[in-house]
Design a protein around this ligand. Structure first.
Ligand SMILES: Cc1cc2nc3c(=O)[nH]c(=O)nc-3n(C[C@H](O)[C@H](O)[C@H](O)COP(=O)(O)OP(=O)(O)OC[C@H]3O[C@@H](n4cnc5c(N)ncnc54)[C@H](O)[C@@H]3O)c2cc1C
Length: 404
């Protein structure tokens, strides 16, 4: 029988297991999948963005309304500590041009391998293909295992079950109704860092899906503005700049039923310059050639203008210039949560004490993406998962010491 059960072997669960093992506890870690850290490994495919190097005060602000709540845990395990920890496992990190922090080889696998090796040496026991199914009536943990159903009655439990994106990697959000039934306050799970549907014409979709829009700026009502790039998809838009705007767009859709952003296709040029170039006599040349030669607008950028700018506006240099600098793009819905990089919502902080123990279930702690916070990409997601994982593990160890 487990003394302490950690359920979920993503970064949050592994960090909790580490903290508990360091405090001298026998830890049994259960995960539904055949191996742990699947989403962490996937994150490493495009270059593992472990954390971010910006100063702590701005770093914390990336967690928006939850900044104040997460701050104490991030102070204990933030960007610097995460880099030191990686180094202690033999993985050096570097700061990329955007301030993002990556392992030297960009990969997650060597880090995970070294981490798991260390955890096993500390006595953590791993139980794969152990699918947690909630609690039995007497509050025992119920598992489906390759050997049949199993019950566990540990002295403390850490839940680190992840959010609800990329369910095939293990985190499917199935825990939500089980916690709700136990009186835990929860926010609905919603896509975060996600793409959006726009509804392109068949002509545009067939020719432009997959094309990147580089060096553009997105603005949102209220003054939010960011430079970057994104990709046109068959049905809409996705990619890092869209992810950065995604929480605001999603919230506006929920609140008002519609949302749009303005796209500056030539952020390095002033409106006056664009208008003057457009007004330049073009003689027998087509408007398309004129756009290309005078403004450098071609490919997907030009295609977007043909798709969205009405003919009469194309004929009016002043109106056309204004649209090149601020092209409204209306989004109709976020892409499904399963496609998102992360999810928002989950266990509300008012249901947790300051060591991440559920007020409704003493002895049960929660950590990672299943908590009700969200952050943009840039290493902020993983950092908060490590940080709250450590906090829940340390919290469980302190609680066990008190109740022994
Ligand atoms: C494509 C992609 C790229 C990403 N890149 C980055 C990046 O570069 N930087 C960054 O900061 N973040 C990135 N993220 C986000 C980051 O990977 C997640 O936020 C992080 O993995 C969440 O950690 P977690 O431990 O809370 O949950 P998870 O990593 O999701 O782990 C949860 C674990 O719980 C297990 N589990 C769930 N339910 C049960 C159950 N009922 N019984 C037993 N086990 C269960 C799952 O099998 C899983 O192993 C990326 C995400 C995606 C999808």
């Amino acid at each position: 029988m487990a003394e302490v059960a950690v359920i979920g072997g993503g970064p949050a669960g592994l960090a909790a297991a580490q903290a508990l093992a360091q405090a001298g506890h026998a830890v049994d870690l259960f995960d539904a999948m055949p191996s742990v850290g699947r989403k962490f490994l996937l994150a490493g495919k495009g270059g593992l963005n472990l954390t971010h190097s910006e100063p702590f005060d701005s770093f914390v602000q990336r967690y928006g309304e939850r900044a104040g709540l997460l701050k104490p845990w991030l102070q204990r395990l933030g960007a610097d500590q995460l880099r030191d920890w990686a180094a202690s496992l033999g993985v050096q990190t570097f700061v990329g041009s955007s301030g993002r922090v990556f392992p030297q080889d960009l990969k997650a696998a060597p880090l995970l391998r070294a981490w798991l090796h260390g955890l096993r040496e500390q006595g953590v026991r791993f139980h794969m293909r152990h699918h947690w199914l909630g609690w039995a009536e007497d509050s025992a943990l119920r598992f489906e295992t390759p050997h049949g159903p199993m019950l566990q009655r540990p002295a403390a439990t850490v839940l680190a079950l992840g959010g609800a994106s990329w369910a095939r990697l293990g985190s499917d959000g199935a825990w939500w109704p089980w916690l709700q039934a136990r009186g835990v306050p929860l926010a609905p799970l919603r896509p975060s860092n996600c793409g959006f549907d726009v509804g392109w014409s068949a002509h545009f979709r067939e020719r432009q899906a997959g094309q990147p829009l580089k060096s553009v700026v997105i603005s949102l009502p209220g003054g939010w503005r960011q430079a970057g790039e994104f990709v046109v998809t068959a049905g809409g838009v996705e990619g890092s700049l869209i992810y950065a705007a995604s929480a605001r767009l999603r919230d506006a859709l929920e609140r008002e039923g519609h949302a749009s952003f303005e796209l500056d296709l030539l952020p390095a040029r002033s409106l006056e310059w664009v208008a003057a170039e457009l007004a330049h006599p073009r003689g027998p040349r087509s408007l398309s050639t004129h756009l290309k030669t005078r403004l450098g607008l071609a490919g997907v950028k030009a295609a977007l203008l043909w798709e969205l700018v009405p003919k009469e506006a194309q004929a009016d240099p002043t109106r056309f210039a204004a649209l090149i600098k601020a092209l409204p793009i209306r989004v109709s819905a976020p892409r499904p949560i399963d496609e998102a990089i992360s999810s928002a919502g989950g266990v509300r902080f008012e249901g947790l004490d300051d060591r991440l123990m559920l007020k409704a279930m003493p002895g049960v702690f929660c950590a990672g993406e299943m908590l009700d916070w969200e952050a943009p990409t840039g290493g902020y997601l993983l950092t908060a998962c490590f940080s709250t994982g450590q906090a829940a593990g340390q919290g469980a160890a302190a609680w066990l010491a008190e109740t022994a």
